[in-house]
Write a protein that binds this ligand. Structure first.
Ligand code: FE2
Ligand code: FE2
Length: 229
């Protein structure tokens, strides 16, 4: 793990840390160059997370203080469709998969998921289900949200270029705006409140963030290498 920044001015330092450690971009490849078959492979791998999108964060909720809990609920309400079952992010992904002729049953593609995808999903569960790792869970969330808005825009443009169905494109366009808000909420309001109350958890927040960045980078490296071969 790289060196963790000093605790003062947390939000700015956290955003810088994410920007400094964000590696090769799958979204940039999808935007300009990927073939339809490559994108379909990527979407199959993404089912492992997107079909249970946000659930790992729900696990951490009872392990938080009231103030942090309330902030996480604001974000989760949005991930879960603001009360409308048709607007759950996981549901938007199901519609996109079905319209693209892909299997939307949970775990359908588990046997072809690369190691990094399984590792990342296991880490999310581990962090959410253990109180001692609650700060890592929120750091993971913050880094995940902070690396989503821009890439989602490029994903949407790439899917459009390749003629994917509107519902699949919409899953990503929804995340352009949503995650621009979520990253502020996750970094400033959620992690910010956690660290005001429990400054000792500072390095754990970065441990969670690094886990997300590192696994996403290693997954991207693997796929770009495989597709280049
Ligand atoms: Fe989402
Ligand atoms: Fe989000």
């Amino acid at each position: 793990m790289p060196e963790v920044p000093e605790p003062d001015g947390f939000a700015e330092k956290f955003f810088d840390f994410v920007a400094d450690h964000d590696g090769p971009s799958l979204a940039a490849h999808v935007h300009r160059k990927a073939t339809e078959e490559q994108v379909r492979e990527l979407l199959r791998h993404r089912t492992i997370y997107h079909l249970k999108e946000a659930d790992h964060t729900t696990w951490v909720i009872p392990r938080l203080s009231d103030r942090v809990k309330a902030a996480v609920m604001e974000l989760q309400f949005d991930e879960y469709g603001g009360g409308d079952p048709n607007l759950l992010h996981a549901h938007l992904f199901i519609r996109g998969l079905q319209d693209s002729g892909l299997n939307s049953e949970y775990g359908a593609y588990i046997n072809e998921a690369p190691l990094e995808v399984l590792e990342e999903n296991n880490a999310m569960s581990l962090f959410g289900l253990n109180r001692r790792l609650r700060a890592a869970s929120l750091g993971f969330l913050a880094a995940f949200e902070a690396t989503s808005s821009g890439p989602s825009r490029r994903m949407a443009q790439g899917l459009k270029r390749l003629g994917f169905p509107e519902s699949m494109i919409e899953y990503y366009t929804e995340h352009v705006e949503a995650d621009a808000v979520h990253e502020q909420l996750a970094v400033r309001t959620i992690c910010g409140a956690l660290l005001e109350e429990e400054p000792d958890l500072h390095d754990d927040v970065y441990f969670g963030a690094w886990t997300s960045l590192d696994l996403e980078d290693r997954y991207a490296e693997r796929m770009l290498k495989q597709w280049a071969a």
